[in-house]
Structure formats: structure tokens, C-alpha cells
Design a protein around this ligand. Structure first.
Ligand code: ZN
Ligand code: ZN
Length: 141
């Protein structure tokens, strides 16, 4: 399923990279205006298990700030720390405070917000069955 989606994404990679820069700037300006926890939480790398605020690297574009190949979303970036893993944006649940990874097994609620794998237990279970740890302990100490 993700293979299909990624082929289309790959074709438009030039556009996507250009758009990514714009989105990055947009997120950054939002961050400047509002203290959104979501943005402050930064990106979590699936390989080195570290969290990094990749917006700090946006001036490095496209050397460090770049889209991860074959990812499910344009928002998944190349890890600048280990140079290996995809770095996913993370989100904090407004209800339970759990921090979870976005765009790994995306699911959205009726308001278009990312579903929380803890509050939506069925979603959490489905992710676990697929071998995805959406709430790694590194993000939920
Ligand atoms: Zn990494
Ligand atoms: Zn929750």
C-alpha cells in the first residue's frame, strides 16, 4: 500500500522538496506565533531513537533538511543525527498527554486530527500488530 503511494510521491519529488521548504517556513512562523507543543516536540528518528527539532536545520536545506525516500508522508524527513533513519514528526495527545509518532501508520479522527494510539485503543493494537511502536518510551518517559 505504501509502495503505491510512494511511487507517486517520488515522481513529484522536485515539487515536493520545494513545497517542503515552504511548509517548513510556514510551520516555523506558526511556531513563532503560537506555542504549539506539536511543533516544539520536533521529530523522532526511528533508527537512533532521538528527538531533534529539524526546523533548526532548515537553513541547511537541502543538505540536511530533506524528505526521506519512500516515506508515507512529505513530512517524514531524513535524520540529521544518524544519517540513517526516517525522522517522523510527533504529536502530543490533548486528552491523555501521550506523545506518539505521526505518519507511521496514519489515522485521523472525524476532526482531521491525528488519532492517539492510547485513547483509540483499537488503533494502538492495530499498530502493535504491524510491529509499530507509536508511543516509544523515549517520547513518554
Ligand atoms: Zn537518527
Ligand atoms: Zn490520548
Amino acid at each position: 500500500m505504501s509502495e503505491q503511494a510512494s511511487k507517486g510521491t517520488f515522481k513529484n519529488i522536485g515539487i515536493v522538496i520545494a513545497a517542503l521548504g515552504a511548509v517548513g517556513l510556514l510551520i516555523w512562523s506558526w511556531n513563532a506565533n503560537m506555542s504549539l507543543t506539536q511543533v516544539k516536540l520536533g521529530y523522532y528518528c526511528l533508527s537512533c531513537k532521538k528527538t531533534e527539532d529539524l526546523s533548526a536545520y532548515r537553513d541547511d536545506y537541502p543538505t540536511n533538511w530533506k524528505q526521506y525516500p519512500r516515506a508515507m508522508s512529505d513530512s517524514v524527513l531524513y535524520c540529521v543525527l544518524c544519517k540513517k533513519g526516517p525522522a517522523h514528526p510527533v504529536n502530543e495527545c490533548k486528552s491523555c498527554g501521550s506523545v506518539f509518532i505521526l505518519h507511521l501508520l496514519p489515522k485521523y479522527d472525524q476532526y482531521g486530527d491525528p488519532s492517539c494510539p492510547k485513547c483509540d485503543a483499537a488503533y494502538g493494537e492495530a499498530a502493535k500488530l504491524k510491529g509499530h511502536d507509536l508511543m516509544p518510551k523515549e517520547l513518554n518517559p
